[in-house]
Ligand binder design. Structure first.
Ligand SMILES: Cc1cc2nc3c(=O)[nH]c(=O)nc-3n(C[C@H](O)[C@H](O)[C@H](O)COP(=O)(O)O)c2cc1C
Length: 324
Protein backbone atom coordinates (compact mmCIF):
# COMPACT_ATOMS: atom_id res chain seq x y z
CA UNK A 1 0.00 0.00 0.00
CA UNK A 2 1.12 3.58 -0.64
CA UNK A 3 2.40 5.99 1.91
CA UNK A 4 -0.19 8.54 3.03
CA UNK A 5 1.70 9.81 6.09
CA UNK A 6 1.99 13.55 6.43
CA UNK A 7 3.02 16.25 8.89
CA UNK A 8 0.55 18.73 10.28
CA UNK A 9 1.45 21.46 12.74
CA UNK A 10 4.55 19.59 13.82
CA UNK A 11 2.62 16.34 14.35
CA UNK A 12 3.55 13.26 12.37
CA UNK A 13 0.27 11.67 11.25
CA UNK A 14 -0.28 8.38 9.43
CA UNK A 15 -3.15 9.75 7.31
CA UNK A 16 -4.10 13.31 6.33
CA UNK A 17 -7.63 12.58 7.57
CA UNK A 18 -8.14 14.15 10.97
CA UNK A 19 -11.49 13.79 12.67
CA UNK A 20 -12.57 17.40 13.24
CA UNK A 21 -14.02 18.52 16.54
CA UNK A 22 -17.69 17.48 16.85
CA UNK A 23 -20.12 15.97 19.33
CA UNK A 24 -18.72 12.45 18.74
CA UNK A 25 -15.16 13.41 19.65
CA UNK A 26 -16.27 13.87 23.27
CA UNK A 27 -16.68 10.08 23.44
CA UNK A 28 -13.53 8.03 24.06
CA UNK A 29 -15.08 4.87 22.55
CA UNK A 30 -15.74 6.82 19.33
CA UNK A 31 -12.15 8.08 19.29
CA UNK A 32 -10.94 4.48 19.51
CA UNK A 33 -13.20 3.58 16.55
CA UNK A 34 -11.82 6.50 14.53
CA UNK A 35 -8.26 5.39 15.24
CA UNK A 36 -9.06 1.80 14.20
CA UNK A 37 -10.61 3.10 10.97
CA UNK A 38 -7.34 4.87 10.14
CA UNK A 39 -7.73 8.50 11.28
CA UNK A 40 -4.44 10.41 11.40
CA UNK A 41 -5.47 12.34 14.51
CA UNK A 42 -8.57 13.44 16.39
CA UNK A 43 -9.67 16.85 17.60
CA UNK A 44 -11.67 16.65 20.80
CA UNK A 45 -15.04 18.36 21.14
CA UNK A 46 -14.27 21.99 21.97
CA UNK A 47 -14.22 23.42 25.40
CA UNK A 48 -16.54 26.36 24.80
CA UNK A 49 -16.06 29.78 26.30
CA UNK A 50 -19.87 29.93 26.37
CA UNK A 51 -20.09 26.76 28.51
CA UNK A 52 -18.15 28.52 31.21
CA UNK A 53 -20.10 31.76 31.01
CA UNK A 54 -23.40 29.83 30.80
CA UNK A 55 -22.56 27.81 33.93
CA UNK A 56 -21.84 31.06 35.70
CA UNK A 57 -25.02 32.71 34.40
CA UNK A 58 -27.14 29.66 35.35
CA UNK A 59 -25.94 30.03 38.92
CA UNK A 60 -26.30 33.76 38.96
CA UNK A 61 -28.07 35.12 41.95
CA UNK A 62 -27.86 38.64 43.16
CA UNK A 63 -24.46 38.48 44.78
CA UNK A 64 -21.50 40.50 45.86
CA UNK A 65 -18.94 41.02 43.03
CA UNK A 66 -16.21 39.15 44.94
CA UNK A 67 -18.52 36.20 45.56
CA UNK A 68 -19.40 36.29 41.86
CA UNK A 69 -15.70 36.15 40.89
CA UNK A 70 -15.21 33.23 43.24
CA UNK A 71 -18.17 31.32 41.79
CA UNK A 72 -17.09 32.09 38.22
CA UNK A 73 -13.62 30.72 39.03
CA UNK A 74 -15.10 27.59 40.63
CA UNK A 75 -17.46 26.85 37.72
CA UNK A 76 -14.73 27.54 35.17
CA UNK A 77 -12.56 25.06 37.06
CA UNK A 78 -15.34 22.44 36.98
CA UNK A 79 -15.82 22.72 33.20
CA UNK A 80 -12.05 22.61 32.70
CA UNK A 81 -11.45 19.63 34.98
CA UNK A 82 -14.10 17.57 33.12
CA UNK A 83 -12.30 18.45 29.90
CA UNK A 84 -8.90 17.49 31.32
CA UNK A 85 -10.37 14.10 32.24
CA UNK A 86 -11.48 13.63 28.64
CA UNK A 87 -7.94 14.41 27.41
CA UNK A 88 -6.39 11.95 29.87
CA UNK A 89 -8.81 9.18 28.94
CA UNK A 90 -8.32 9.83 25.23
CA UNK A 91 -4.55 9.69 25.64
CA UNK A 92 -4.81 6.47 27.62
CA UNK A 93 -6.87 4.77 24.88
CA UNK A 94 -5.47 6.20 21.62
CA UNK A 95 -2.03 6.17 20.10
CA UNK A 96 -2.75 8.72 17.36
CA UNK A 97 -2.30 12.42 18.26
CA UNK A 98 -5.09 13.85 20.41
CA UNK A 99 -5.69 17.53 19.73
CA UNK A 100 -7.58 19.51 22.37
CA UNK A 101 -9.77 22.41 21.30
CA UNK A 102 -10.84 25.67 22.89
CA UNK A 103 -13.65 27.60 21.18
CA UNK A 104 -13.25 31.21 22.19
CA UNK A 105 -14.36 34.60 21.01
CA UNK A 106 -12.66 36.87 23.50
CA UNK A 107 -9.07 37.13 24.68
CA UNK A 108 -9.90 35.48 28.01
CA UNK A 109 -7.67 33.59 30.39
CA UNK A 110 -6.83 30.91 27.86
CA UNK A 111 -3.14 30.84 28.81
CA UNK A 112 -3.94 29.13 32.11
CA UNK A 113 -6.36 26.70 30.45
CA UNK A 114 -3.80 25.96 27.74
CA UNK A 115 -1.12 25.15 30.31
CA UNK A 116 -3.44 22.72 32.09
CA UNK A 117 -4.42 21.14 28.77
CA UNK A 118 -0.75 20.62 27.92
CA UNK A 119 -0.11 19.09 31.35
CA UNK A 120 -3.05 16.70 30.82
CA UNK A 121 -1.15 15.27 27.84
CA UNK A 122 -2.78 16.76 24.73
CA UNK A 123 -0.51 16.54 21.69
CA UNK A 124 -1.59 19.92 20.35
CA UNK A 125 -4.13 22.64 21.07
CA UNK A 126 -6.55 23.96 18.47
CA UNK A 127 -7.94 27.43 19.15
CA UNK A 128 -11.26 27.88 17.44
CA UNK A 129 -11.71 31.64 17.30
CA UNK A 130 -15.03 32.63 15.86
CA UNK A 131 -17.51 35.41 16.34
CA UNK A 132 -19.93 37.53 14.37
CA UNK A 133 -18.70 41.10 14.46
CA UNK A 134 -21.85 43.20 14.33
CA UNK A 135 -21.15 46.24 16.48
CA UNK A 136 -21.75 49.45 14.60
CA UNK A 137 -18.71 51.11 16.15
CA UNK A 138 -16.44 48.18 15.23
CA UNK A 139 -13.06 49.13 13.78
CA UNK A 140 -12.14 46.88 10.84
CA UNK A 141 -9.17 44.74 11.81
CA UNK A 142 -9.98 44.51 15.52
CA UNK A 143 -11.22 40.95 15.24
CA UNK A 144 -8.10 39.84 13.36
CA UNK A 145 -5.96 41.56 16.01
CA UNK A 146 -7.80 39.60 18.70
CA UNK A 147 -6.84 36.33 16.95
CA UNK A 148 -3.21 37.44 17.04
CA UNK A 149 -3.36 38.39 20.73
CA UNK A 150 -4.96 35.09 21.76
CA UNK A 151 -2.38 33.10 19.78
CA UNK A 152 0.56 35.16 21.07
CA UNK A 153 -0.58 34.77 24.69
CA UNK A 154 -1.24 31.04 24.44
CA UNK A 155 1.81 30.08 22.40
CA UNK A 156 4.14 31.92 24.76
CA UNK A 157 2.96 29.62 27.57
CA UNK A 158 2.89 26.13 26.03
CA UNK A 159 5.25 23.96 24.02
CA UNK A 160 2.77 21.73 22.23
CA UNK A 161 1.80 22.98 18.75
CA UNK A 162 -0.88 25.66 18.58
CA UNK A 163 -3.31 25.27 15.69
CA UNK A 164 -5.83 28.04 14.91
CA UNK A 165 -9.21 27.30 13.37
CA UNK A 166 -10.54 30.45 11.80
CA UNK A 167 -13.93 31.41 10.43
CA UNK A 168 -14.45 32.34 6.81
CA UNK A 169 -15.79 35.79 7.76
CA UNK A 170 -12.38 37.45 7.63
CA UNK A 171 -11.32 39.99 5.06
CA UNK A 172 -7.90 38.58 4.17
CA UNK A 173 -7.05 35.08 5.42
CA UNK A 174 -3.62 35.22 3.71
CA UNK A 175 -2.44 38.18 5.82
CA UNK A 176 -4.05 36.74 8.95
CA UNK A 177 -2.35 33.33 8.50
CA UNK A 178 0.99 35.10 8.03
CA UNK A 179 0.51 37.02 11.28
CA UNK A 180 -0.75 34.00 13.19
CA UNK A 181 2.34 32.08 12.11
CA UNK A 182 4.52 34.99 13.31
CA UNK A 183 2.76 34.86 16.69
CA UNK A 184 3.47 31.15 17.11
CA UNK A 185 0.71 29.21 15.33
CA UNK A 186 2.07 26.08 13.68
CA UNK A 187 -1.01 25.41 11.61
CA UNK A 188 -4.30 26.97 10.54
CA UNK A 189 -7.61 25.24 9.80
CA UNK A 190 -9.66 26.75 6.97
CA UNK A 191 -12.50 27.10 8.07
CA UNK A 192 -14.76 26.70 11.03
CA UNK A 193 -18.48 26.62 10.39
CA UNK A 194 -21.13 28.85 11.87
CA UNK A 195 -24.07 27.28 13.63
CA UNK A 196 -26.69 27.33 10.85
CA UNK A 197 -29.88 29.28 11.39
CA UNK A 198 -32.98 28.86 9.24
CA UNK A 199 -36.58 30.03 9.23
CA UNK A 200 -39.65 27.83 9.51
CA UNK A 201 -42.18 29.57 7.24
CA UNK A 202 -45.15 27.69 8.73
CA UNK A 203 -44.35 28.66 12.28
CA UNK A 204 -42.82 31.98 11.20
CA UNK A 205 -39.97 31.33 13.60
CA UNK A 206 -36.26 30.59 13.60
CA UNK A 207 -35.19 27.00 13.45
CA UNK A 208 -31.90 25.13 13.23
CA UNK A 209 -30.59 24.78 9.70
CA UNK A 210 -28.82 21.71 8.33
CA UNK A 211 -25.77 21.22 10.56
CA UNK A 212 -23.97 19.17 7.90
CA UNK A 213 -21.97 20.33 4.91
CA UNK A 214 -22.04 19.07 1.34
CA UNK A 215 -19.39 18.80 -1.40
CA UNK A 216 -20.18 22.31 -2.74
CA UNK A 217 -18.92 23.81 0.55
CA UNK A 218 -15.41 22.67 -0.33
CA UNK A 219 -14.93 25.42 -2.90
CA UNK A 220 -14.24 28.18 -0.35
CA UNK A 221 -11.56 26.43 1.76
CA UNK A 222 -9.94 25.04 -1.42
CA UNK A 223 -9.53 28.55 -2.80
CA UNK A 224 -8.00 29.89 0.39
CA UNK A 225 -5.76 26.86 0.88
CA UNK A 226 -4.44 27.48 -2.64
CA UNK A 227 -3.78 31.16 -1.89
CA UNK A 228 -2.43 30.83 1.66
CA UNK A 229 -0.16 27.83 0.99
CA UNK A 230 1.65 29.67 -1.76
CA UNK A 231 2.02 32.97 0.16
CA UNK A 232 2.76 31.51 3.62
CA UNK A 233 4.32 28.09 2.98
CA UNK A 234 5.71 27.83 6.52
CA UNK A 235 2.29 27.43 8.12
CA UNK A 236 0.62 24.05 7.74
CA UNK A 237 -2.99 24.08 6.62
CA UNK A 238 -5.97 21.80 7.10
CA UNK A 239 -9.06 22.15 4.96
CA UNK A 240 -12.34 21.77 6.83
CA UNK A 241 -15.78 22.00 5.26
CA UNK A 242 -17.19 19.95 2.43
CA UNK A 243 -14.62 17.13 2.24
CA UNK A 244 -17.16 14.40 1.52
CA UNK A 245 -15.03 11.66 -0.09
CA UNK A 246 -11.42 10.72 -0.88
CA UNK A 247 -11.62 13.15 -3.80
CA UNK A 248 -12.09 16.03 -1.37
CA UNK A 249 -8.96 14.89 0.47
CA UNK A 250 -6.97 14.82 -2.80
CA UNK A 251 -8.30 18.26 -3.83
CA UNK A 252 -7.33 19.73 -0.45
CA UNK A 253 -3.78 18.40 -0.70
CA UNK A 254 -3.42 19.58 -4.31
CA UNK A 255 -4.46 23.02 -3.05
CA UNK A 256 -1.65 22.99 -0.51
CA UNK A 257 -3.24 21.62 2.67
CA UNK A 258 -1.35 19.02 4.69
CA UNK A 259 -4.51 17.55 6.16
CA UNK A 260 -8.29 17.73 6.31
CA UNK A 261 -10.50 18.00 9.37
CA UNK A 262 -13.71 16.12 8.69
CA UNK A 263 -16.94 15.98 10.71
CA UNK A 264 -20.19 15.78 8.67
CA UNK A 265 -19.53 12.62 6.63
CA UNK A 266 -18.20 10.80 9.70
CA UNK A 267 -21.21 11.75 11.82
CA UNK A 268 -23.50 10.66 8.98
CA UNK A 269 -21.64 7.61 7.69
CA UNK A 270 -19.68 6.39 10.71
CA UNK A 271 -16.00 5.58 11.14
CA UNK A 272 -15.96 3.44 7.97
CA UNK A 273 -15.98 6.72 5.99
CA UNK A 274 -12.38 7.17 7.16
CA UNK A 275 -11.14 3.77 5.93
CA UNK A 276 -12.94 4.22 2.60
CA UNK A 277 -11.41 7.68 2.12
CA UNK A 278 -7.93 6.38 3.04
CA UNK A 279 -8.34 3.54 0.50
CA UNK A 280 -9.49 5.95 -2.21
CA UNK A 281 -6.58 8.28 -1.50
CA UNK A 282 -4.01 5.46 -1.61
CA UNK A 283 -5.45 4.09 -4.83
CA UNK A 284 -5.42 7.51 -6.50
CA UNK A 285 -1.80 8.09 -5.40
CA UNK A 286 -0.76 4.76 -6.89
CA UNK A 287 -2.60 5.35 -10.15
CA UNK A 288 -0.98 8.76 -10.53
CA UNK A 289 2.46 7.37 -9.66
CA UNK A 290 2.93 9.46 -6.51
CA UNK A 291 4.86 7.87 -3.68
CA UNK A 292 3.83 10.25 -0.93
CA UNK A 293 1.51 13.14 -0.10
CA UNK A 294 4.42 15.58 -0.43
CA UNK A 295 4.82 14.64 -4.11
CA UNK A 296 1.61 16.46 -5.02
CA UNK A 297 0.92 18.76 -2.07
CA UNK A 298 0.31 22.28 -3.39
CA UNK A 299 0.61 21.24 -7.04
CA UNK A 300 -2.41 23.42 -7.83
CA UNK A 301 -1.72 26.28 -5.43
CA UNK A 302 -1.21 29.91 -6.40
CA UNK A 303 2.57 29.54 -6.76
CA UNK A 304 1.93 28.91 -10.48
CA UNK A 305 0.60 32.09 -12.15
CA UNK A 306 -1.86 30.00 -14.17
CA UNK A 307 -3.34 28.54 -10.97
CA UNK A 308 -3.30 31.96 -9.28
CA UNK A 309 -5.47 33.31 -12.10
CA UNK A 310 -8.04 30.58 -11.45
CA UNK A 311 -7.95 31.03 -7.69
CA UNK A 312 -8.25 34.83 -7.88
CA UNK A 313 -11.22 34.81 -10.20
CA UNK A 314 -14.21 36.24 -8.38
CA UNK A 315 -16.71 37.23 -11.05
CA UNK A 316 -18.72 34.94 -13.26
CA UNK A 317 -18.16 37.24 -16.24
CA UNK A 318 -18.39 34.81 -19.15
CA UNK A 319 -19.75 31.80 -17.23
CA UNK A 320 -23.19 31.80 -18.83
CA UNK A 321 -21.94 32.32 -22.38
CA UNK A 322 -19.20 29.67 -21.85
CA UNK A 323 -21.37 27.00 -20.27
CA UNK A 324 -24.91 27.56 -21.53
C1 LIG B 1 -22.47 18.53 14.90
C2 LIG B 1 -21.20 19.32 14.76
C3 LIG B 1 -20.52 19.73 15.91
C4 LIG B 1 -19.34 20.48 15.78
N1 LIG B 1 -18.68 20.89 16.91
C5 LIG B 1 -17.52 21.60 16.79
C6 LIG B 1 -16.78 21.99 17.94
O1 LIG B 1 -17.14 21.73 19.09
N2 LIG B 1 -15.63 22.69 17.73
C7 LIG B 1 -15.16 23.00 16.50
O2 LIG B 1 -14.08 23.60 16.39
N3 LIG B 1 -15.83 22.61 15.40
C8 LIG B 1 -16.99 21.94 15.52
N4 LIG B 1 -17.66 21.54 14.39
C9 LIG B 1 -17.13 21.91 13.08
C10 LIG B 1 -16.35 20.73 12.47
O3 LIG B 1 -15.22 20.39 13.24
C11 LIG B 1 -15.88 21.06 11.05
O4 LIG B 1 -14.89 22.07 11.08
C12 LIG B 1 -17.00 21.52 10.14
O5 LIG B 1 -18.19 20.79 10.37
C13 LIG B 1 -16.62 21.36 8.67
O6 LIG B 1 -16.28 20.04 8.38
P1 LIG B 1 -17.33 19.04 7.64
O7 LIG B 1 -17.63 19.62 6.32
O8 LIG B 1 -16.61 17.73 7.54
O9 LIG B 1 -18.53 18.96 8.53
C14 LIG B 1 -18.84 20.80 14.50
C15 LIG B 1 -19.53 20.35 13.37
C16 LIG B 1 -20.69 19.61 13.48
C17 LIG B 1 -21.39 19.16 12.23
Amino acid sequence: MGNICTKFGGLQIKSPIIVGSNSQTASVSKLVEFEKAGAGAVVLKSLFEESITREVAANDIDMHPEAYDYLAGYLGEKVLSDYLDLIKQAKAQCSIPVIASIACHTDGKWEEFATRIEEAGADALELNVMSLCTARNYTPGDFEKMHEDIVANVSSRIRIPVIVKIGSNLSNPVALCDRLYAKGAKAVVLFNRFYPTDIDVDKIAFTTGNPFTCAADLSLPLRWAGLVSSAVPAVDLAVSGGVDSWKGVVKSILSGASAVEVASPIIRGGASWISEANDGLEKWQQEKGYESVNDYKGKLNAAEPENADKLMRTQFLKYFSEVH
